[in-house]
Design a protein around this ligand. Structure first.
Ligand code: ARG
Length: 257
């Protein structure tokens, strides 16, 4: 082979290798969510929007990863993670020891606490007033867990597949209260003045929680995603997104403990 031909063959080989590299790294990661938890994730037409969605986008851009977000629903998301059908999930998911046994988490990106939503004129003033009353929760959430811890598993705790249905049960009069994450409960109350609802906080009964991006145990991308999340928090992009959704400055120090 003469020099020119060798060079040509080499170039062809190189571009083939390049194509292979591109197509494998060009594979989109699928990230699951349960888009019924505004302001973190909800549907606007068929588009998933929210704080988590914007944060995920910033993080994936920073990590240089292509992705698509998929509305899997809540419990199916955990199954999909176990089966590695999704690479990660973002869904206002509280990091806790029970979940850490089965899944990996990023570092924390949001502080939250459970809160009570009830109708105006309710006699409920704190979590202990929920005893003996019908209360709805989204099945498999920390809201359910908190109630079961306080009152034991019992049939007054009404469990629904998503938080929209849990709220619907309150509006229908099936239950006297909903327990869910504070930002979600407050957002609903604020956006639906006609429903005449009140929010009741009880920081003595409900523990502080932190959200994390969730991964299958030992999954492939958590290091890069976690690094990118740290960068997005440190460089101010997180603050920008937080202000867009919550209209105030975040306390980022609380995420760094
Ligand atoms: N933070 C709570 C938990 O992890 C509730 C999250 C519910 N998220 C959702 N997208 N429905 O259990």
């Amino acid at each position: 082979m003469n020099m020119k031909r060798k060079l040509k063959m080499g170039l062809i080989g190189l571009s083939a290798a390049f194509l292979v590299a591109c197509s494998s790294s060009g594979d989109k990661l699928t990230i699951g969510t349960d888009a019924a938890y505004a302001p973190f994730e909800s549907l606007d037409g068929d588009k998933i929007v929210g704080f988590d969605v914007d944060l995920l986008d910033a993080v994936m851009k920073e990590a240089g990863l292509e992705y698509e977000i998929k509305n899997t629903g809540w419990e199916p998301l955990f199954i999909a993670l176990k089966n590695e059908e999704v690479s990660a999930g973002i869904s206002a998911i509280t990091i806790n020891d029970k979940r850490k046994k089965t899944y990996d988490f990023s570092s924390p990106y949001f502080e939250s606490v459970n809160m009570i939503l009830a109708k105006e004129g309710t006699s409920i003033k704190s979590a202990k007033d929920l005893e003996g009353k019908k209360v709805s929760v989204q099945n498999g959430t920390t809201g359910q867990e908190a109630l079961e811890k306080m009152f034991g598993k019992n049939e007054n705790i009404k469990k629904f597949d998503n938080n929209t249905l849990a709220i619907q049960a309150l509006l229908n009069g099936e239950v006297e209260a909903v327990v869910a994450d504070n930002a979600v409960v407050q957002e609903y109350e604020k956006n639906n003045p006609d429903k005449k609802l009140v929010t009741i906080s009880d920081k003595d009964s409900f523990e502080s929680e932190f959200y994390g991006i969730i991964f299958p145990k030992g999954g492939e991308h958590q290091d890069e995603i976690n690094k990118a999340l740290k960068k997005v928090i440190d460089d101010g992009k997180y603050t920008e997104i937080y202000k867009k959704w919550f209209g105030e400055e975040p306390n980022v120090d609380v995420l760094k403990q």
